[in-house]
Write a protein that binds this ligand. Structure first.
Ligand code: HEC
Length: 165
């Protein structure tokens, strides 16, 4: 009797877990954790960044500055786009994805991202930074001092250098 009851309870728990998992799959899932791999699968598979709007005022390709690519494309997810457009601070969950191209405008050299995660790094605007190769391989990621240092100098308070138009 006892065994049967605990078996029922286990089925119940497994059932809930399966339903819960499907639920997140159906709603598109939660946000990724602050890691280059989780972010890459989110922006390349479940929420393809190339379907996102361009950062306001930067449609298509535009010339970049050192140390990033000679030519750039800058994408923003919905919350980042809305905030930039309305001149508001970037909220939790904001993601900026920048494709950095070479001088030929065709060779994708690197993808650089900024992803705001509440409580991740309160000392530096809670941004998770990543530099990825053209196929998503992480070259630098996390609380990267060089990204933070330069963006702090140039980034008007919240580390975002590019001003929305
Ligand atoms: C020496 C200065 C410098 C360093 C180091 C640097 N950046 Fe930037 N970054 C800039 C400048 C200037 C811009 C705006 C012009 C451009 O995009 O080229 C920018 C733009 C960006 C943008 C577009 C949003 C914005 O802030 O304008 C992202 C995303 C980005 N950088 C990510 C990174 C990451 C990730 C790193 C570290 C791996 C990094 N950056 C290191 C200077 C720097």
């Amino acid at each position: 009797m006892k065994k049967k009851a605990s078996l029922l309870v286990s089925f119940f728990i497994v059932g809930i877990a399966v339903l819960g998992f499907q639920g997140t799959a159906f709603t598109g899932g939660g946000m990724p954790g602050p890691s280059a791999d989780a972010l890459w699968s989110y922006i390349s598979q479940t929420h393809d960044y190339t379907d996102w709007p361009f950062y306001p005022g930067y449609e298509g390709m535009y010339p970049g500055k050192s140390p990033h690519g000679a030519h750039l494309k800058l994408y923003a997810n919905e919350v980042a786009y809305e905030a930039a457009k309305n001149g508001q601070p970037m909220p939790d969950g904001a993601i900026l994805v920048k494709e950095n191209y070479g001088k030929d405008k065709q060779t994708l050299k690197a993808i650089t991202t900024m992803y705001k995660v509440d409580g991740y790094n309160a000392d530096a605007g809670d941004w998770h930074w990543a530099k990825l190769g053209p196929n998503g391989e992480a070259m630098a990621a996390g609380k990267v001092a060089s990204c933070i240092g330069c963006h702090k100098q140039m980034g008007g308070g919240d580390y975002v250098v590019t001003e929305a138009k």
